[in-house]
Design a protein around this ligand. Structure first.
Ligand code: CO8
Length: 257
């Protein structure tokens, strides 16, 4: 597929994906979702990928779904557009490797929902977050109601969803909507440091941390703990990553994954 909106650079196992339609503040249209699904197909089966970083070009991470495209839709088309976005963001969330949102600017509506589907969020001090849909007589359509309440708790989510307030990075940090904040000029350097740090860890272990944590959130504590034990066990086989990691520690050398 030809990519016009997504720019991807892969270096040392880190896929840096930049959403680039800056004239429309990177607003999410059908072309974006088509490209994103195609890119996720490619990256998902690439065993070399250890971490994916998602960011935006220009003033925005993503300023929401494309209002110009949405306005012409009827009820059935609106629902279908919502479902397509939800499925795409579910796929972002379910990638087998960590996905980090590097939030460089506005993350509004569908942009905030996209950031929330990543494993965690690192923000520029200039980033702004919000779910402004009620200003448009809409509600979030890419599972923002569901992810936000789970991420930051019901009352703070209700406040943001009902008031449509736009909040800055420090407030987002206080609400634990983002995990770290850096000055704009340092954002990508710091995010890439975090990505490289993760990329040096046991690659299977990192993938399993993600898988078990995610699966456990949709299961009972006991079922989650059971899954953890099973996956823990797989890291102990002959020639396994866990054996190499523990042996390297005892031999005071770097592991050879
Ligand atoms: N969609 C389409 N175009 C957009 C969007 C958007 N979401 N956001 C900005 N743009 C365009 C503007 O129209 C403008 O275009 P032009 O230059 O042709 O007039 C250009 O980007 C630059 O924008 P501004 O001139 O407004 O720039 P400012 O710096 O003054 O303001 C803001 C930046 C604050 C980001 C402002 O553009 C804004 O408020 N944007 C809309 C934010 C918004 O309401 N987002 C939520 C959209 S709804 C949504 O995301 C629902 C998700 C679920 C959908 C479910 C499917 C049915």
């Amino acid at each position: 597929m030809e990519y016009n909106i997504l720019k991807t650079e892969i270096n040392e196992g880190i896929a840096l994906v930049t959403i680039s339609r800056p004239k429309a503040m990177n607003a999410l249209n059908t072309a974006f979702f088509d490209e994103m699904n195609s890119l996720l197909n490619e990256l998902q089966s690439n065993q070399e990928i250890k971490v994916m970083v998602l960011t935006g070009d220009g003033k925005a991470f993503v300023a929401g779904a494309d209002i110009a495209e949405m306005v012409g839709k009827n009820q059935a088309e609106g629902e279908a557009f919502s479902k397509y976005g939800q499925k795409t963001f579910d796929r972002v969330e379910a990638m087998p490797f960590p996905v980090i949102a590097a939030v460089n600017g506005f993350a509004l509506g569908g942009g905030c929902e996209l950031a929330m589907s990543c494993d965690f969020r690192i923000a520029s001090s200039k980033a702004k977050f919000g779910q402004p849909e009620v200003n448009l007589g809409l509600i979030p359509g890419y599972a923002g109601t569901q992810r936000m309440a789970r991420l930051i708790g019901k009352a703070d989510a209700m406040y943001l969803l009902m008031t449509a307030d736009m909040i800055g990075a420090e407030d987002a940090l206080r609400l634990k909507l983002v995990q770290k904040v850096f000055e704009p000029e340092m954002l990508m350097e710091e995010v890439m440091k975090i990505a490289r740090n993760i990329a040096f860890k046991g690659p299977q272990a990192v993938r399993k941390v993600k898988e078990v944590t995610r699966m456990g959130l949709n299961a009972s504590f006991a079922e989650g703990a059971d899954m953890e034990a099973k996956h823990f066990g797989t890291l102990f086989g002959d020639g396994s990553e866990g054996k190499e990691g523990m042996t390297a520690f005892l031999e005071k050398r770097k592991p050879n994954w």
